[in-house]
Design a protein around this ligand. Sequence first.
Ligand SMILES: Nc1ncnc2c1ncn2[C@@H]1O[C@H](COP(=O)(O)OP(=O)(O)OP(=O)(O)O)[C@@H](O)[C@H]1O
Ligand SMILES: [Mg+2]
Length: 314
Amino acid sequence: MSENQASAGPAIVVERLVKRYGDVEAVAGLSFSVPRGAIFGLLGRNGAGKTTTLECCIGLSKPTSGSVRILGLDPTSARDFAALRPRIGVQLQSTSLPEKAAVGEVLELYAAYYGITPRAAEMASRVGLEGKLDRQIVQMSGGEQQRLALALALQHDPEVVFLDEPTAGMDAFGRRILWAEVEALRAAGKTIILTTHYIEEAERLCDTLCVVQRGRIIAEDTPENLVTRYGGDATVCITADGFSPDDALRGLGTWAKAKDEWQLVTHGEPGLALAAVVTHANAISATVRSLDMHRPTLEDAFIAVTGETIGEGE
Ligand SMILES: Nc1ncnc2c1ncn2[C@@H]1O[C@H](COP(=O)(O)OP(=O)(O)OP(=O)(O)O)[C@@H](O)[C@H]1O
Ligand SMILES: [Mg+2]
């Protein structure tokens, strides 16, 4: 492939990727393509095959079959990998850093590896580690080490950034830093592929999201479309003395009554339905005992697609 062709296509193309470890099929035929400048997420539970997929993308693991191209280059070829290395940045799920080294030294070490001028102070400050350049790795918390790993992934200003569970174990401060960095990278036109099992993170950051289960992609779309396609209908529930829906309310969807509670299942905007229900209850002087609205979420879509729940602590 010529240099021109290599720079024109998608940032990442994965085709029919399979990775087996003995009897374990960690990745079972994954295909996806990430346009340049996009933020692409792999969402799935523990063991879904997310890390293995990323490892195949960055040349850390050799596919059993299938192919991977990053910026038109093949990470399993030594020659292509040498050309690719300065153009990609990687934050792994667990990075082992030299324990006795200081933050500033590690940033300098990585700069030397990439043949660039170190930007230790700037990078430390970008990830909330200002004033900690002299701190030894062994003296840093897990979340701080992860923030350093992010700085190490970004210092050489790569075009494509791989982030594997970038905020796992981070507190709210760390997450905000990571999210802000991802948004800054988006603004700078970088391509990002990230894995996560945090619904909120996936929804907030990703342009396109793949739901991965047992090494396969079982749904792929924008977070918004995934909710529309798989999240189910919105509901409004009301318990109110003497309440019953009039014709206008019946036009909003399907009503059912269980004990004292009326439930409306609506395809429309649930906020408007809720307002109409309350207005009607007031108009007929029905005293409202309870009122609830549920708007479908990405989590609902995930559960519908996978038949499993996802979330922290599971
Ligand atoms: N080196 C290995 N040898 C054997 N099995 C492996 C190896 N690496 C991963 N696996 C298996 O492959 C499957 C996918 O693992 P992978 O680490 O890709 O999942 P993941 O989606 O990243 O999960 P997590 O959310 O826990 O990080 C798992 O069943 C795992 O046990
Ligand atoms: Mg993983």
